[in-house]
Design a protein around this ligand. Structure first.
Ligand code: 5AD
Length: 464
């Protein structure tokens, strides 16, 4: 059968969709060229904010009408809308859905397909699946066909779930308790990706710097990075990143490990969420803004030329104008390389939704969001301008409107005009133009570009 997966939300969902695609292909199913042609439709969902949840329901509605016309289609609903705790609670409300898949778990779809396919087909598919499984070692992942030797950057979950309780956050309710993957399994996963042409991996966890905390005498993220670095050297993976970190678990040892290991990129994603201590306390973040500012200083001292990214929530319950202004001032002072700015959205069952009013009006939240976005655009334009004329190693991922598109170690987007095949290569690039969202450059020693055509890539609205 042919499948199509829509992936909404965070990088963890991207990884989960890839795992599902891999499991489907092991059993002889193929990605559809065109989603309308697919026999199996899966929506992998995000509910971190109401707007993300609305997107999932929008798609579900569309598929409901299509299913009335084509009753043979199989509809799967995956991810955080489903959740790990009570995956079937939506069954009555969504009769168009045939299969509910909790986050990171393709098994319900595989079981459904084996129960519903003709017996002979099922036996054949099982045999094929067994052969594939036997060929794969612990943790190894067979990329979906269209990604084999075609995907440069891939994600590797290392911590599932989250046991921390930020008062606004629904993730722990939907992804379940924190659970680190064993090192051996991660090694298998990374090695298999390297063998299939992947050049960059990003280790993922809701709080990735808590890696190993749930394993008695377990390894730390620093230990894991060291092991993964060895696998990367063996298999030609050029770059390693990890996200998202929580300020309270960013140890000196972790920072020193990042600085020491050449394939681990100088790129840290560590959200502060707010710049005011009272707001941080109500968010239950577990640190003060002074501690966060110190941490940023320490990261910069220990990791040369590091890029630091943050997440901010504006319009949290009770956030006054003065408190918002503190967040603004902190961002202006810290000059971070990227800030994902989100408007507070109360989520079911969270502490803030249950006990704190959503009392900042919608237009005020929007004003605050825009103020921070404008500030960041200016700050990042200035930060990026410092790269002008410098030569930086860029890992190229794909061609985009006739230009090669790649990223610097700091994860900044760079476009280069070149007739050479740069796919999957790290090449030194001289930066010739910079803007807040992207840069342009040329390969040194080549003819200079004609007058630079300005490409502005809009920041991708983070729905993670
Ligand atoms: N409302 C708005 N933003 C949220 N985030 C998490 N929960 C909410 C919410 N209820 C944001 C945080 C987090 C990012 C993934 O999403 O900034 O870091």
């Amino acid at each position: 059968m042919r499948y199509h997966i829509w992936t909404l939300g965070c990088q963890m969902n991207v990884a989960d969709s890839q795992l599902l695609a891999s499991e489907l292909e092991k059993r002889g199913h193929h990605a559809a060229e065109d989603w309308e042609e697919a026999d199996i439709w899966v929506i992998n969902t995000c509910v971190v904010r109401q707007s993300a949840e609305d997107k999932a329901y929008g798609r579900l509605n569309e598929l409901k009408h299509l299913k009335q016309r084509h009753p043979g289609k199989i509809i799967g609903l995956m991810g955080c809308l489903v959740g790990v705790r009570d995956p079937l609670r939506l069954r009555k409300q969504l009769p168009q859905v045939d299969v509910f898949l909790p986050p990171s778990d393709p098994a319900p779809m595989i079981d459904f397909l084996s129960q519903h396919s003709a017996e002979g087909e099922a036996i054949q598919a099982e045999a094929a699946a067994r052969a594939e499984r036997d060929a794969l070692q612990d943790g190894e992942l067979l990329l979906p066909q269209h990604e084999r030797n075609a995907l440069i950057s891939a994600h590797v979950p290392v911590v599932y779930g989250c046991s921390f309780a930020c008062s606004y956050c629904i993730i722990p309710f939907r992804r379940g308790i924190e659970h680190s993957r064993p090192v051996g399994e991660i090694v298998g996963h990374v090695r298999s990706l390297g063998r299939q042409g992947v050049k960059e991996i990003t280790l993922l966890g809701q709080i990735v710097d808590r890696y190993g905390k749930d394993i008695p005498d377990g390894p730390t993220l620093a230990d894991l990075l060291r092991v993964v670095h060895g696998v990367a050297e063996e298999t030609g993976i050029e770059r390693i990143r990890f996200l998202t970190s929580h300020p309270n678990w960013m140890t000196d040892r972790l920072l020193d490990t990042v600085a020491e290991l050449p394939r681990v990129m100088p790129h840290i994603e560590v959200p502060n969420q707010a710049g005011d201590n009272e707001v941080l306390a109500r968010m239950k973040r577990g640190y003060t803004i002074e501690q966060y500012i110190d941490l940023v200083g320490k990261i910069r001292d220990r990791i040369p030329e590091v890029a630091i990214h943050t997440d901010i929530i504006v319009g949290f319950s009770g956030e006054t104008e003065t408190q918002f202004q503190r967040t603004y001032d902190v961002l202006a002072q810290l000059r971070l390389d990227k800030a994902h700015i989100a408007k507070y959205s109360p989520r079911p069952n969270t502490l803030s939704a249950r006990s704190m009013p959503d009392d900042v009006p919608a237009d005020e939240k929007e004003r605050r969001r825009k103020a921070l976005d404008d500030l960041q655009a200016q700050v990042v334009a200035e930060i990026n301008a410092r790269w002008l004329g410098k030569t930086v190693p860029v890992l190229f991922e794909e061609q985009h409107r006739g230009k090669w598109r790649g990223r610097t170690p700091q994860n900044k987007l760079v476009f280069v005009d070149s007739s050479e095949n740069l796919f999957g290569r790290v090449a030194n690039v001289e930066i010739t133009w910079t803007g807040p969202w992207s840069m342009q450059g040329r390969l040194p020693g080549r003819q200079s570009d004609p007058a630079p055509e300005v490409i502005e890539i809009l920041p991708i609205a983070s729905t993670q």
